[in-house]
Design a protein around this ligand. Structure first.
Ligand SMILES: NC(=O)c1ccc[n+]([C@@H]2O[C@H](COP(=O)([O-])OP(=O)(O)OC[C@H]3O[C@@H](n4cnc5c(N)ncnc54)[C@H](O)[C@@H]3O)[C@@H](O)[C@H]2O)c1
Ligand SMILES: O=CCCC(=O)O
Length: 499
Protein backbone atom coordinates (compact mmCIF):
# COMPACT_ATOMS: atom_id res chain seq x y z
CA UNK A 1 0.00 0.00 0.00
CA UNK A 2 2.95 2.34 -0.56
CA UNK A 3 1.65 5.53 -2.15
CA UNK A 4 4.36 7.10 -4.29
CA UNK A 5 4.39 10.64 -5.71
CA UNK A 6 2.33 10.89 -8.86
CA UNK A 7 1.08 13.71 -11.06
CA UNK A 8 -2.59 14.71 -10.65
CA UNK A 9 -4.92 13.19 -13.26
CA UNK A 10 -6.35 15.68 -15.77
CA UNK A 11 -10.09 16.08 -16.38
CA UNK A 12 -9.50 15.33 -20.07
CA UNK A 13 -7.87 12.02 -19.25
CA UNK A 14 -10.86 11.07 -17.07
CA UNK A 15 -13.37 12.06 -19.78
CA UNK A 16 -11.50 10.12 -22.46
CA UNK A 17 -11.41 7.04 -20.28
CA UNK A 18 -15.13 7.26 -19.49
CA UNK A 19 -15.85 7.64 -23.21
CA UNK A 20 -14.17 4.26 -23.82
CA UNK A 21 -16.41 2.38 -21.36
CA UNK A 22 -19.33 0.49 -22.96
CA UNK A 23 -22.61 1.69 -21.47
CA UNK A 24 -24.89 -1.12 -22.67
CA UNK A 25 -25.74 -4.62 -21.51
CA UNK A 26 -23.59 -7.37 -23.02
CA UNK A 27 -25.90 -10.12 -24.25
CA UNK A 28 -24.84 -12.81 -26.70
CA UNK A 29 -21.76 -10.83 -27.77
CA UNK A 30 -23.63 -7.58 -28.46
CA UNK A 31 -23.84 -4.39 -26.46
CA UNK A 32 -27.43 -3.25 -26.28
CA UNK A 33 -29.83 -0.98 -24.43
CA UNK A 34 -32.05 -2.33 -21.67
CA UNK A 35 -35.42 -3.54 -22.97
CA UNK A 36 -37.08 -0.80 -20.89
CA UNK A 37 -34.69 1.83 -22.27
CA UNK A 38 -33.84 2.75 -18.67
CA UNK A 39 -30.41 3.81 -17.46
CA UNK A 40 -28.91 4.47 -14.04
CA UNK A 41 -26.18 6.84 -12.85
CA UNK A 42 -22.79 5.87 -11.50
CA UNK A 43 -21.36 8.43 -9.09
CA UNK A 44 -17.89 9.42 -7.96
CA UNK A 45 -17.85 8.88 -4.15
CA UNK A 46 -15.19 11.59 -3.75
CA UNK A 47 -17.36 14.33 -5.25
CA UNK A 48 -20.88 12.92 -5.53
CA UNK A 49 -20.84 13.85 -9.24
CA UNK A 50 -22.27 11.54 -11.91
CA UNK A 51 -19.53 9.81 -13.91
CA UNK A 52 -21.65 7.95 -16.45
CA UNK A 53 -25.17 6.61 -17.02
CA UNK A 54 -25.42 2.99 -18.07
CA UNK A 55 -28.14 0.61 -19.21
CA UNK A 56 -30.31 -0.64 -16.37
CA UNK A 57 -31.20 -4.31 -16.88
CA UNK A 58 -34.61 -5.60 -15.85
CA UNK A 59 -36.07 -9.10 -15.64
CA UNK A 60 -36.55 -9.30 -19.42
CA UNK A 61 -32.86 -8.55 -19.99
CA UNK A 62 -31.88 -11.05 -17.31
CA UNK A 63 -33.88 -13.72 -19.13
CA UNK A 64 -32.23 -12.81 -22.45
CA UNK A 65 -28.79 -13.04 -20.83
CA UNK A 66 -29.55 -16.48 -19.41
CA UNK A 67 -30.96 -17.60 -22.79
CA UNK A 68 -27.64 -16.60 -24.37
CA UNK A 69 -25.60 -18.40 -21.71
CA UNK A 70 -27.70 -21.56 -22.05
CA UNK A 71 -27.44 -21.51 -25.85
CA UNK A 72 -23.64 -21.14 -25.74
CA UNK A 73 -23.01 -23.77 -23.03
CA UNK A 74 -22.75 -26.93 -25.11
CA UNK A 75 -20.35 -25.57 -27.72
CA UNK A 76 -18.27 -23.71 -25.12
CA UNK A 77 -17.80 -26.86 -23.05
CA UNK A 78 -16.36 -28.57 -26.15
CA UNK A 79 -13.72 -25.89 -26.73
CA UNK A 80 -10.38 -27.51 -25.85
CA UNK A 81 -9.09 -26.54 -22.39
CA UNK A 82 -5.88 -25.17 -23.90
CA UNK A 83 -7.90 -22.78 -26.07
CA UNK A 84 -9.92 -21.61 -23.09
CA UNK A 85 -6.68 -21.09 -21.19
CA UNK A 86 -5.21 -19.08 -24.05
CA UNK A 87 -8.19 -16.72 -24.07
CA UNK A 88 -7.60 -16.12 -20.36
CA UNK A 89 -3.90 -15.59 -20.98
CA UNK A 90 -4.67 -12.98 -23.66
CA UNK A 91 -7.09 -11.31 -21.27
CA UNK A 92 -4.33 -11.21 -18.62
CA UNK A 93 -2.04 -9.51 -21.11
CA UNK A 94 -4.69 -7.01 -22.23
CA UNK A 95 -5.61 -6.06 -18.66
CA UNK A 96 -1.93 -5.65 -17.86
CA UNK A 97 -1.42 -3.43 -20.94
CA UNK A 98 -4.40 -1.32 -19.89
CA UNK A 99 -3.52 -1.36 -16.20
CA UNK A 100 -3.57 2.44 -15.91
CA UNK A 101 -7.07 2.62 -17.43
CA UNK A 102 -8.43 -0.03 -15.10
CA UNK A 103 -6.77 1.57 -12.08
CA UNK A 104 -8.08 5.05 -12.85
CA UNK A 105 -11.58 3.77 -13.55
CA UNK A 106 -11.66 1.95 -10.21
CA UNK A 107 -10.41 5.02 -8.40
CA UNK A 108 -13.09 7.13 -10.07
CA UNK A 109 -16.03 4.85 -9.37
CA UNK A 110 -14.98 3.26 -6.08
CA UNK A 111 -12.69 5.83 -4.48
CA UNK A 112 -9.51 3.92 -3.59
CA UNK A 113 -6.19 5.80 -4.09
CA UNK A 114 -4.60 5.17 -7.48
CA UNK A 115 -1.65 3.28 -6.00
CA UNK A 116 -4.05 0.85 -4.36
CA UNK A 117 -6.12 0.58 -7.54
CA UNK A 118 -2.94 -0.39 -9.40
CA UNK A 119 -2.41 -3.08 -6.77
CA UNK A 120 -5.90 -4.38 -7.45
CA UNK A 121 -5.22 -4.51 -11.19
CA UNK A 122 -2.22 -6.75 -10.51
CA UNK A 123 -4.24 -8.88 -8.08
CA UNK A 124 -7.28 -9.09 -10.37
CA UNK A 125 -5.22 -9.88 -13.48
CA UNK A 126 -3.42 -12.63 -11.60
CA UNK A 127 -6.67 -14.66 -11.45
CA UNK A 128 -6.71 -14.61 -15.25
CA UNK A 129 -3.13 -15.87 -15.44
CA UNK A 130 -3.60 -18.44 -12.67
CA UNK A 131 -6.73 -19.96 -14.21
CA UNK A 132 -5.26 -19.83 -17.72
CA UNK A 133 -2.79 -22.35 -16.30
CA UNK A 134 -5.40 -24.34 -14.35
CA UNK A 135 -7.69 -24.75 -17.39
CA UNK A 136 -5.66 -27.74 -18.56
CA UNK A 137 -5.52 -29.43 -15.15
CA UNK A 138 -9.14 -30.42 -14.45
CA UNK A 139 -8.04 -34.05 -14.05
CA UNK A 140 -10.18 -37.06 -13.22
CA UNK A 141 -8.94 -40.60 -12.45
CA UNK A 142 -9.17 -44.22 -13.54
CA UNK A 143 -8.95 -47.02 -11.01
CA UNK A 144 -9.64 -50.68 -10.38
CA UNK A 145 -12.47 -51.34 -7.91
CA UNK A 146 -11.33 -52.90 -4.60
CA UNK A 147 -12.82 -56.31 -5.56
CA UNK A 148 -11.13 -56.13 -8.98
CA UNK A 149 -14.41 -56.72 -10.78
CA UNK A 150 -14.94 -53.31 -12.38
CA UNK A 151 -13.23 -50.12 -13.41
CA UNK A 152 -13.97 -46.67 -12.02
CA UNK A 153 -13.68 -43.72 -14.39
CA UNK A 154 -14.06 -40.35 -12.71
CA UNK A 155 -14.21 -37.17 -14.81
CA UNK A 156 -14.75 -33.48 -14.19
CA UNK A 157 -17.37 -31.61 -16.21
CA UNK A 158 -18.42 -27.94 -16.31
CA UNK A 159 -21.41 -27.31 -14.04
CA UNK A 160 -23.16 -25.30 -16.76
CA UNK A 161 -24.56 -21.76 -16.94
CA UNK A 162 -23.64 -19.68 -13.89
CA UNK A 163 -24.93 -16.49 -12.32
CA UNK A 164 -22.11 -14.43 -10.84
CA UNK A 165 -22.95 -11.59 -8.46
CA UNK A 166 -20.16 -9.25 -7.35
CA UNK A 167 -19.76 -6.49 -4.72
CA UNK A 168 -18.57 -2.89 -5.21
CA UNK A 169 -15.43 -2.91 -3.09
CA UNK A 170 -12.96 -4.68 -5.44
CA UNK A 171 -14.56 -3.99 -8.84
CA UNK A 172 -11.99 -5.90 -10.92
CA UNK A 173 -10.66 -8.65 -8.65
CA UNK A 174 -14.04 -9.88 -7.41
CA UNK A 175 -15.15 -10.28 -11.04
CA UNK A 176 -11.99 -11.99 -12.36
CA UNK A 177 -11.92 -14.32 -9.32
CA UNK A 178 -15.23 -15.77 -10.59
CA UNK A 179 -15.07 -15.27 -14.37
CA UNK A 180 -11.59 -16.77 -14.84
CA UNK A 181 -12.30 -20.16 -13.19
CA UNK A 182 -15.72 -20.34 -14.87
CA UNK A 183 -14.10 -19.75 -18.28
CA UNK A 184 -11.33 -22.25 -17.49
CA UNK A 185 -13.87 -24.90 -16.47
CA UNK A 186 -15.96 -24.44 -19.63
CA UNK A 187 -18.98 -22.70 -18.09
CA UNK A 188 -21.01 -19.88 -19.61
CA UNK A 189 -22.21 -17.10 -17.37
CA UNK A 190 -24.29 -14.05 -16.57
CA UNK A 191 -22.48 -11.41 -14.52
CA UNK A 192 -24.55 -9.08 -12.32
CA UNK A 193 -22.01 -6.42 -11.39
CA UNK A 194 -22.44 -4.13 -8.37
CA UNK A 195 -24.68 -1.17 -9.11
CA UNK A 196 -22.34 1.20 -7.27
CA UNK A 197 -19.26 0.23 -9.34
CA UNK A 198 -20.32 -1.39 -12.63
CA UNK A 199 -17.91 0.50 -14.93
CA UNK A 200 -14.85 -1.68 -14.35
CA UNK A 201 -16.84 -4.80 -15.26
CA UNK A 202 -18.08 -3.08 -18.41
CA UNK A 203 -14.51 -2.35 -19.51
CA UNK A 204 -13.36 -5.82 -18.47
CA UNK A 205 -16.12 -7.48 -20.51
CA UNK A 206 -14.93 -5.54 -23.56
CA UNK A 207 -11.42 -6.86 -22.90
CA UNK A 208 -12.73 -10.43 -22.73
CA UNK A 209 -14.35 -9.92 -26.14
CA UNK A 210 -11.07 -8.58 -27.50
CA UNK A 211 -9.29 -11.62 -26.03
CA UNK A 212 -11.50 -13.85 -28.19
CA UNK A 213 -14.21 -15.06 -25.81
CA UNK A 214 -17.07 -16.33 -27.99
CA UNK A 215 -20.49 -14.64 -27.94
CA UNK A 216 -22.81 -15.80 -25.17
CA UNK A 217 -20.08 -17.12 -22.84
CA UNK A 218 -19.99 -13.94 -20.74
CA UNK A 219 -23.15 -11.84 -20.52
CA UNK A 220 -23.19 -8.73 -18.36
CA UNK A 221 -26.30 -7.16 -16.85
CA UNK A 222 -25.68 -4.13 -14.63
CA UNK A 223 -28.89 -3.18 -12.86
CA UNK A 224 -30.29 -0.92 -10.18
CA UNK A 225 -32.89 -3.60 -9.31
CA UNK A 226 -30.74 -6.57 -8.28
CA UNK A 227 -33.44 -8.71 -6.69
CA UNK A 228 -36.08 -8.21 -9.39
CA UNK A 229 -33.58 -8.86 -12.19
CA UNK A 230 -31.73 -11.87 -10.79
CA UNK A 231 -34.52 -13.45 -8.71
CA UNK A 232 -36.17 -15.16 -11.71
CA UNK A 233 -32.77 -16.45 -12.89
CA UNK A 234 -32.07 -18.11 -9.54
CA UNK A 235 -35.39 -19.94 -9.83
CA UNK A 236 -34.80 -20.96 -13.46
CA UNK A 237 -33.92 -24.66 -13.66
CA UNK A 238 -31.53 -23.98 -16.56
CA UNK A 239 -29.20 -22.08 -14.22
CA UNK A 240 -26.73 -24.52 -12.63
CA UNK A 241 -24.66 -22.38 -10.31
CA UNK A 242 -24.80 -19.18 -8.28
CA UNK A 243 -21.55 -17.63 -7.14
CA UNK A 244 -22.15 -14.66 -4.87
CA UNK A 245 -19.78 -12.27 -3.15
CA UNK A 246 -21.32 -9.75 -0.81
CA UNK A 247 -22.84 -9.34 2.62
CA UNK A 248 -23.90 -12.25 4.80
CA UNK A 249 -27.38 -10.74 4.99
CA UNK A 250 -27.96 -10.86 1.21
CA UNK A 251 -26.10 -14.18 0.89
CA UNK A 252 -28.44 -15.79 3.40
CA UNK A 253 -31.46 -14.63 1.38
CA UNK A 254 -30.00 -15.90 -1.90
CA UNK A 255 -29.14 -19.27 -0.34
CA UNK A 256 -32.75 -19.62 0.66
CA UNK A 257 -33.92 -18.74 -2.90
CA UNK A 258 -31.36 -21.18 -4.34
CA UNK A 259 -32.80 -24.02 -2.28
CA UNK A 260 -35.89 -24.06 -4.52
CA UNK A 261 -33.98 -25.59 -7.41
CA UNK A 262 -31.25 -27.10 -5.19
CA UNK A 263 -28.90 -24.77 -7.02
CA UNK A 264 -25.20 -25.24 -6.45
CA UNK A 265 -23.78 -22.15 -4.70
CA UNK A 266 -20.55 -20.50 -3.68
CA UNK A 267 -20.89 -17.81 -1.04
CA UNK A 268 -18.10 -15.34 -0.25
CA UNK A 269 -19.64 -13.32 2.56
CA UNK A 270 -18.81 -10.86 5.30
CA UNK A 271 -16.05 -10.96 7.88
CA UNK A 272 -15.13 -9.71 11.35
CA UNK A 273 -11.40 -10.37 11.37
CA UNK A 274 -9.59 -10.46 14.71
CA UNK A 275 -6.04 -9.05 14.68
CA UNK A 276 -4.26 -10.61 17.67
CA UNK A 277 -1.02 -9.10 18.96
CA UNK A 278 0.83 -11.19 21.55
CA UNK A 279 3.22 -9.74 24.13
CA UNK A 280 6.23 -11.25 22.32
CA UNK A 281 5.33 -9.78 18.90
CA UNK A 282 7.65 -7.47 17.00
CA UNK A 283 5.50 -4.37 17.60
CA UNK A 284 6.80 -2.45 14.60
CA UNK A 285 5.97 -5.40 12.35
CA UNK A 286 2.57 -5.69 14.04
CA UNK A 287 1.86 -2.00 13.37
CA UNK A 288 2.95 -2.35 9.73
CA UNK A 289 0.63 -5.36 9.43
CA UNK A 290 -2.17 -3.45 11.18
CA UNK A 291 -1.86 -0.58 8.69
CA UNK A 292 -2.35 -3.01 5.82
CA UNK A 293 -5.05 -5.08 7.45
CA UNK A 294 -7.00 -1.98 8.47
CA UNK A 295 -6.41 0.66 5.81
CA UNK A 296 -6.24 -1.41 2.62
CA UNK A 297 -9.25 -0.25 0.61
CA UNK A 298 -10.08 2.31 3.34
CA UNK A 299 -11.11 -0.62 5.54
CA UNK A 300 -13.79 -1.56 3.00
CA UNK A 301 -12.61 -5.14 2.65
CA UNK A 302 -14.11 -8.37 3.90
CA UNK A 303 -10.60 -9.15 5.11
CA UNK A 304 -10.21 -5.87 7.02
CA UNK A 305 -9.06 -6.24 10.61
CA UNK A 306 -12.22 -5.44 12.52
CA UNK A 307 -11.06 -6.06 16.11
CA UNK A 308 -7.56 -5.44 17.43
CA UNK A 309 -7.09 -7.90 20.29
CA UNK A 310 -3.86 -6.83 21.98
CA UNK A 311 -2.06 -8.23 25.02
CA UNK A 312 -2.59 -5.87 27.95
CA UNK A 313 1.17 -5.45 28.53
CA UNK A 314 1.78 -3.95 25.06
CA UNK A 315 -1.58 -2.35 24.30
CA UNK A 316 -0.59 1.26 25.09
CA UNK A 317 2.66 1.08 23.11
CA UNK A 318 0.87 -0.61 20.17
CA UNK A 319 -1.86 2.08 20.15
CA UNK A 320 0.69 4.90 20.22
CA UNK A 321 2.78 3.45 17.38
CA UNK A 322 -0.34 2.64 15.37
CA UNK A 323 -1.70 6.19 15.86
CA UNK A 324 1.62 7.72 14.76
CA UNK A 325 1.40 5.81 11.45
CA UNK A 326 -2.33 6.42 10.97
CA UNK A 327 -1.76 10.19 11.42
CA UNK A 328 0.30 10.19 8.22
CA UNK A 329 -2.67 8.96 6.17
CA UNK A 330 -4.05 11.92 4.23
CA UNK A 331 -7.65 11.71 3.07
CA UNK A 332 -8.21 12.99 -0.49
CA UNK A 333 -9.75 11.94 -3.79
CA UNK A 334 -7.77 8.90 -4.96
CA UNK A 335 -6.50 10.71 -8.06
CA UNK A 336 -4.71 13.35 -5.95
CA UNK A 337 -0.98 12.77 -5.46
CA UNK A 338 -1.26 13.12 -1.67
CA UNK A 339 -4.19 10.71 -1.29
CA UNK A 340 -3.58 7.79 1.03
CA UNK A 341 -7.18 7.23 2.15
CA UNK A 342 -10.04 7.73 -0.31
CA UNK A 343 -13.74 8.30 0.41
CA UNK A 344 -16.13 5.63 1.63
CA UNK A 345 -18.52 4.36 -1.00
CA UNK A 346 -21.63 6.37 -0.05
CA UNK A 347 -23.35 8.44 2.62
CA UNK A 348 -25.13 5.41 4.10
CA UNK A 349 -21.85 3.56 4.64
CA UNK A 350 -20.21 6.58 6.19
CA UNK A 351 -23.18 7.13 8.52
CA UNK A 352 -22.97 3.48 9.63
CA UNK A 353 -19.25 3.83 10.41
CA UNK A 354 -19.89 6.95 12.46
CA UNK A 355 -22.78 5.34 14.27
CA UNK A 356 -20.52 2.45 15.36
CA UNK A 357 -17.78 4.85 16.49
CA UNK A 358 -20.23 7.04 18.43
CA UNK A 359 -21.73 3.98 20.10
CA UNK A 360 -18.27 2.72 21.13
CA UNK A 361 -17.31 6.13 22.56
CA UNK A 362 -20.63 6.33 24.43
CA UNK A 363 -19.83 2.88 25.86
CA UNK A 364 -16.49 4.10 27.28
CA UNK A 365 -13.95 3.77 24.45
CA UNK A 366 -11.48 6.63 23.83
CA UNK A 367 -10.76 7.99 20.35
CA UNK A 368 -6.95 8.08 20.35
CA UNK A 369 -7.17 9.43 16.80
CA UNK A 370 -9.98 10.66 14.54
CA UNK A 371 -13.54 9.71 15.32
CA UNK A 372 -15.52 11.83 12.86
CA UNK A 373 -16.47 12.30 9.20
CA UNK A 374 -14.32 14.70 7.19
CA UNK A 375 -16.09 17.99 6.33
CA UNK A 376 -16.59 18.87 2.68
CA UNK A 377 -17.69 17.01 -0.44
CA UNK A 378 -17.44 13.22 -0.73
CA UNK A 379 -17.84 10.53 1.88
CA UNK A 380 -14.50 10.72 3.67
CA UNK A 381 -14.00 9.46 7.24
CA UNK A 382 -11.02 10.24 9.46
CA UNK A 383 -8.63 7.35 10.12
CA UNK A 384 -9.63 6.43 13.66
CA UNK A 385 -8.24 4.43 16.58
CA UNK A 386 -10.43 3.56 19.53
CA UNK A 387 -8.70 2.35 22.71
CA UNK A 388 -10.31 0.72 25.74
CA UNK A 389 -13.17 -0.90 23.83
CA UNK A 390 -14.96 -3.41 26.01
CA UNK A 391 -16.62 -6.73 25.28
CA UNK A 392 -20.22 -6.46 24.16
CA UNK A 393 -19.70 -3.15 22.31
CA UNK A 394 -21.50 -3.18 18.93
CA UNK A 395 -18.40 -2.26 16.93
CA UNK A 396 -16.84 -5.61 17.88
CA UNK A 397 -19.66 -7.65 16.39
CA UNK A 398 -20.50 -5.76 13.16
CA UNK A 399 -18.43 -5.21 10.02
CA UNK A 400 -17.13 -1.63 10.28
CA UNK A 401 -16.15 -1.25 6.60
CA UNK A 402 -14.23 1.95 7.28
CA UNK A 403 -10.82 3.19 8.49
CA UNK A 404 -11.59 2.56 12.18
CA UNK A 405 -9.52 0.36 14.51
CA UNK A 406 -11.08 -0.66 17.85
CA UNK A 407 -8.60 -2.05 20.40
CA UNK A 408 -9.57 -4.48 23.14
CA UNK A 409 -7.05 -6.11 25.49
CA UNK A 410 -6.50 -9.70 26.67
CA UNK A 411 -4.42 -11.33 29.37
CA UNK A 412 -3.90 -14.97 28.30
CA UNK A 413 -3.82 -17.06 25.13
CA UNK A 414 -7.11 -18.71 26.09
CA UNK A 415 -8.65 -15.29 26.54
CA UNK A 416 -7.39 -14.18 23.08
CA UNK A 417 -8.83 -17.30 21.44
CA UNK A 418 -12.17 -16.84 23.17
CA UNK A 419 -12.42 -13.18 22.11
CA UNK A 420 -11.30 -13.90 18.54
CA UNK A 421 -13.81 -16.74 18.07
CA UNK A 422 -16.66 -14.75 19.62
CA UNK A 423 -18.35 -13.90 16.30
CA UNK A 424 -20.65 -15.53 13.78
CA UNK A 425 -18.05 -14.81 11.09
CA UNK A 426 -14.92 -16.81 10.26
CA UNK A 427 -13.25 -15.42 7.15
CA UNK A 428 -9.73 -14.43 8.16
CA UNK A 429 -7.72 -13.80 11.33
CA UNK A 430 -4.31 -12.23 11.88
CA UNK A 431 -1.84 -13.26 14.57
CA UNK A 432 1.41 -11.51 15.45
CA UNK A 433 3.89 -13.45 17.61
CA UNK A 434 7.55 -14.48 17.44
CA UNK A 435 6.66 -17.90 18.85
CA UNK A 436 6.09 -20.23 15.90
CA UNK A 437 4.47 -22.91 18.04
CA UNK A 438 2.00 -20.36 19.33
CA UNK A 439 1.31 -19.23 15.76
CA UNK A 440 0.60 -22.78 14.65
CA UNK A 441 -1.51 -23.38 17.76
CA UNK A 442 -3.58 -20.29 16.97
CA UNK A 443 -4.13 -21.66 13.48
CA UNK A 444 -5.56 -24.78 15.05
CA UNK A 445 -7.67 -22.96 17.65
CA UNK A 446 -9.14 -20.11 15.62
CA UNK A 447 -12.37 -20.69 13.72
CA UNK A 448 -11.28 -19.15 10.45
CA UNK A 449 -10.94 -20.03 6.78
CA UNK A 450 -7.67 -18.08 6.47
CA UNK A 451 -4.94 -16.92 8.84
CA UNK A 452 -2.27 -14.25 8.39
CA UNK A 453 0.69 -15.20 10.57
CA UNK A 454 2.80 -12.08 11.07
CA UNK A 455 1.22 -10.81 7.84
CA UNK A 456 -1.42 -8.12 7.33
CA UNK A 457 -2.50 -9.08 3.78
CA UNK A 458 -2.58 -12.67 2.53
CA UNK A 459 -4.82 -12.46 -0.56
CA UNK A 460 -3.24 -14.33 -3.44
CA UNK A 461 -4.68 -15.80 -6.64
CA UNK A 462 -2.81 -19.05 -5.92
CA UNK A 463 -4.41 -19.45 -2.48
CA UNK A 464 -7.89 -20.76 -1.55
CA UNK A 465 -9.84 -17.70 -0.38
CA UNK A 466 -12.95 -18.26 1.70
CA UNK A 467 -14.51 -18.53 5.10
CA UNK A 468 -16.20 -20.75 7.65
CA UNK A 469 -19.27 -20.11 9.82
CA UNK A 470 -21.39 -17.30 8.36
CA UNK A 471 -18.54 -16.01 6.19
CA UNK A 472 -19.51 -18.39 3.48
CA UNK A 473 -19.29 -21.61 1.53
CA UNK A 474 -16.66 -22.63 -0.99
CA UNK A 475 -13.29 -21.24 -2.02
CA UNK A 476 -12.06 -18.90 -4.76
CA UNK A 477 -8.55 -18.95 -6.20
CA UNK A 478 -5.94 -21.65 -5.66
CA UNK A 479 -6.34 -25.22 -6.83
CA UNK A 480 -9.80 -25.20 -5.24
CA UNK A 481 -11.17 -22.27 -7.27
CA UNK A 482 -11.87 -24.18 -10.47
CA UNK A 483 -13.59 -27.01 -8.57
CA UNK A 484 -16.46 -24.65 -7.77
CA UNK A 485 -17.31 -24.68 -11.50
CA UNK A 486 -16.90 -28.42 -12.09
CA UNK A 487 -18.94 -31.42 -11.11
CA UNK A 488 -17.66 -34.93 -10.74
CA UNK A 489 -19.06 -37.66 -12.96
CA UNK A 490 -18.40 -41.33 -12.25
CA UNK A 491 -18.67 -43.98 -14.95
CA UNK A 492 -18.67 -47.58 -13.73
CA UNK A 493 -17.15 -49.97 -16.29
CA UNK A 494 -17.75 -53.73 -16.34
CA UNK A 495 -14.78 -56.05 -15.70
CA UNK A 496 -12.76 -55.92 -18.94
CA UNK A 497 -11.55 -59.52 -18.30
CA UNK A 498 -15.01 -61.01 -17.83
CA UNK A 499 -16.37 -63.21 -20.64
N1 LIG B 1 -15.84 -12.99 1.37
C1 LIG B 1 -15.47 -12.28 0.33
O1 LIG B 1 -14.71 -12.72 -0.52
C2 LIG B 1 -15.98 -10.88 0.15
C3 LIG B 1 -15.37 -10.06 -0.80
C4 LIG B 1 -15.83 -8.75 -0.96
C5 LIG B 1 -16.90 -8.30 -0.21
N2 LIG B 1 -17.47 -9.11 0.70
C6 LIG B 1 -18.56 -8.63 1.54
O2 LIG B 1 -19.46 -7.84 0.75
C7 LIG B 1 -20.06 -6.83 1.54
C8 LIG B 1 -19.89 -5.50 0.86
O3 LIG B 1 -20.34 -5.56 -0.43
P1 LIG B 1 -21.80 -5.06 -0.85
O4 LIG B 1 -22.22 -3.90 0.01
O5 LIG B 1 -21.78 -4.89 -2.31
O6 LIG B 1 -22.70 -6.30 -0.45
P2 LIG B 1 -24.23 -6.56 -0.81
O7 LIG B 1 -24.56 -7.87 -0.21
O8 LIG B 1 -25.07 -5.41 -0.47
O9 LIG B 1 -24.23 -6.65 -2.39
C9 LIG B 1 -23.43 -7.58 -3.08
C10 LIG B 1 -24.00 -7.78 -4.47
O10 LIG B 1 -25.29 -8.36 -4.33
C11 LIG B 1 -26.25 -7.59 -5.03
N3 LIG B 1 -27.53 -7.76 -4.36
C12 LIG B 1 -28.03 -7.08 -3.32
N4 LIG B 1 -29.26 -7.55 -3.02
C13 LIG B 1 -29.53 -8.54 -3.91
C14 LIG B 1 -30.64 -9.41 -4.13
N5 LIG B 1 -31.73 -9.36 -3.37
N6 LIG B 1 -30.57 -10.31 -5.14
C15 LIG B 1 -29.47 -10.39 -5.91
N7 LIG B 1 -28.39 -9.58 -5.75
C16 LIG B 1 -28.43 -8.68 -4.76
C17 LIG B 1 -25.69 -6.19 -5.01
O11 LIG B 1 -26.27 -5.39 -6.03
C18 LIG B 1 -24.22 -6.48 -5.24
O12 LIG B 1 -23.99 -6.72 -6.61
C19 LIG B 1 -19.36 -6.91 2.87
O13 LIG B 1 -20.17 -7.62 3.77
C20 LIG B 1 -18.09 -7.68 2.56
O14 LIG B 1 -17.52 -8.32 3.66
C21 LIG B 1 -17.05 -10.40 0.89
O1 LIG C 1 -13.34 -7.68 0.28
C1 LIG C 1 -12.85 -8.78 0.25
C2 LIG C 1 -11.90 -9.28 -0.78
C3 LIG C 1 -10.53 -8.91 -0.40
C4 LIG C 1 -9.46 -9.72 -1.07
O2 LIG C 1 -9.72 -10.52 -1.98
O3 LIG C 1 -8.33 -9.55 -0.64
Amino acid sequence: MTVTAQPAVSADRESQLLASVPTGLLINGEWRDAASGKTFDVEDPATGKVLLSIADAGAEDGAAALDAAVAAQESWAKVPPRERGEILRRAFELVTERAEDFALLMTMEMGKPLAEARGEVTYGAEFLRWFSEEAVRAFGRYSVSPDGKSRLLVTKKPVGPCLLITPWNFPLAMATRKIAPAVAAGCTMVLKSANLTPLTSQLFAAVMQEAGLPAGVLNVIPTSTAGATTGPLIKDARLRKLSFTGSTEVGRRLLSDASETVLRTSMELGGNAPFVVFEDADLDAAVAGAMLAKLRNMGEACTAANRFIVHESVATEFAEKFAAKMKEMTTARGTEPESKVGPLIDAKSRDKVHELVSDAVASGAKAVLGGAPVDGPGYFYQPTILAGVTEGTRILSEEIFGPVAPIITFSSEDDAVRLANNTEYGLVAYVFTKDLNRGIRMGERLETGMLGLNAGVISNAAAPFGGVKQSGLGREGGLEGIEEYLYTQYIGIADPYAG
